[in-house]
Ligand binder design. Structure first.
Ligand SMILES: [Zn+2]
Length: 193
């Protein structure tokens, strides 16, 4: 998720991102749009071949796991099996929501102000008639990446989804514009999560 670094109240918005581009799935050349309708990030390269990125879901959390386990919220897998934990003892004490809440504390962003994210590599199957959403276990088979160009100064937060213990690591590389004429961008930092 992204915030305007100079005005943290302006943040990524799933609805405007979908509506402005009239589609549910975004990829290369599409943009992530803010709540007040400004482009925040442009996808300049997307090598995920096996599936699509998601713009429907919120994010996993301890509470969401509990609600599903109690039958108070739904989750349906396209493969027909739900590999997520069911008992209170098995349910993880944190998910992406807790990760992001912690990560955004230094910027005084309250948990209730955290927007629904752009879920990279989270392939959903959506029935075109009923609108029913199915989780899938489709993820990149080999290493894949998505490159973004920042259209404003952004605070970007991410969570490598624990996926109830099935989640894999992610690497973030930040590039800055370079003055070297034969190369437009140089790597400024690299971090593994
Ligand atoms: Zn998650």
């Amino acid at each position: 998720m992204a915030f305007n670094l100079n005005d943290l109240k302006e943040r990524f918005d799933q609805a405007r991102t979908k509506t402005n581009q009239a589609k549910l799935f975004i990829s290369t050349s599409d943009q992530l749009i803010s709540k007040i309708n400004n482009p925040m990030l442009t996808i300049v390269e997307d090598t995920f071949q096996e599936g699509r990125h998601d713009l429907q879901k919120g994010m996993c959390s301890r509470k969401r796991f509990e609600l599903v386990a109690k039958g108070l919220a739904k989750r349906v897998f396209a493969e027909g099996i739900d590999p997520n934990p069911k008992t209170p003892e098995e349910i993880p004490d944190h998910g992406c929501f807790e990760n992001l809440t912690e990560a955004l504390k230094p910027w005084n962003i309250a948990p209730e102000d955290i927007p629904s994210p752009f879920n990279i590599f989270q392939t959903m199957r959506i029935d075109p008639e009923s609108g029913r959403m199915f989780d899938t276990l489709i993820r990149p088979k080999n290493e894949a990446h998505v490159d973004f160009r920042a259209e404003m100064d952004c605070l970007v937060a991410l969570s490598a989804c624990p996926e109830s213990g099935r989640g894999g690591p992610v690497r973030v590389e930040i590039f800055e514009e370079s003055r070297v004429p034969w190369r437009n961008f140089k790597r400024a930092s690299l971090k593994d999560f």
